[in-house]
Design a protein around this ligand. Structure first.
Ligand SMILES: CC(C)(COP(=O)(O)OP(=O)(O)OC[C@H]1O[C@@H](n2cnc3c(N)ncnc32)[C@H](O)[C@@H]1OP(=O)(O)O)[C@@H](O)C(=O)NCCC(=O)NCCS
Length: 118
C-alpha cells in the first residue's frame, strides 16, 4: 500500500491477498442521505479480491466488490462492482479492457471471518 490512503472503514473493508493499492486511494464505506434535512449515515462493505491492482488517486464507494485480478486505472471513481479479470477506469469507472484469465494459486488462506464474496 502506498502513501496517503484513507480507509473509512465503518462499513467493513475486506482485502484479499497480493493486492496493490496506489497512493491517495480512498475507500469510503459510508454515504449520507441526499436530502439535506436528513444526512443519515448509510454503511456497506467494500470487498477487494486477490491480486487486484488499484492505481493512484482512486475512490471506491460503499458496497463495491472488486473481482480477482482486476486493475483499477489511475483516477477512477468506482461506484459499481468490478468483474474479475477486467481493467476499469474513468468517472464513473467503466470496463476499458478484458484481461486473460490466469490460474493463480492463493499463497495464504483467508483468515476466519475475512472470506471474500467470490
Ligand atoms: C490502466 C493502465 C494500467 C493502462 O492499462 P492498459 O490496458 O495498458 O491501457 P491502455 O493504455 O492501452 O489504454 C486503453 C484505454 O484505456 C484508457 N485509459 C488508460 N488509462 C486510463 C485511466 N487512468 N483512466 C481512464 N482511461 C484510461 C486509454 O485512454 C485507452 O482508451 P482508448 O481505447 O479510448 O484510447 C494505466 O493507464 C494506469 O492507470 N496505471 C496506473 C498507474 C498508477 O496509478 N501508478 C501508481 C502506482 S500504483
Amino acid at each position: 500500500m502506498n502513501d496517503c490512503c484513507h480507509f473509512q472503514d465503518q462499513g467493513g473493508i475486506f482485502i484479499g491477498d497480493n493486492v496493490l493499492i496506489g497512493h491517495n486511494t480512498v475507500l469510503a464505506t459510508i454515504d449520507h442521505d441526499l436530502d439535506p434535512q436528513s444526512r443519515q449515515n448509510h454503511y456497506a462493505p467494500i470487498h477487494i479480491g486477490n491480486n487486484v491492482w488499484i492505481g493512484a488517486s482512486i475512490v471506491i464507494t460503499k458496497g463495491v466488490s472488486i473481482g480477482e485480478n482486476a486493475v483499477i486505472a489511475a483516477g477512477a471513481v468506482v461506484t459499481k462492482d468490478v468483474p474479475a479479470n477486467t481493467v476499469v477506469g474513468g468517472v464513473p469507472a467503466k470496463i476499458i479492457r478484458q484481461l486473460p484469465v490466469l490460474q493463480m494459486e492463493v499463497v495464504s488462506p483467508q483468515p476466519e471471518g475475512r472470506r471474500l464474496l467470490y
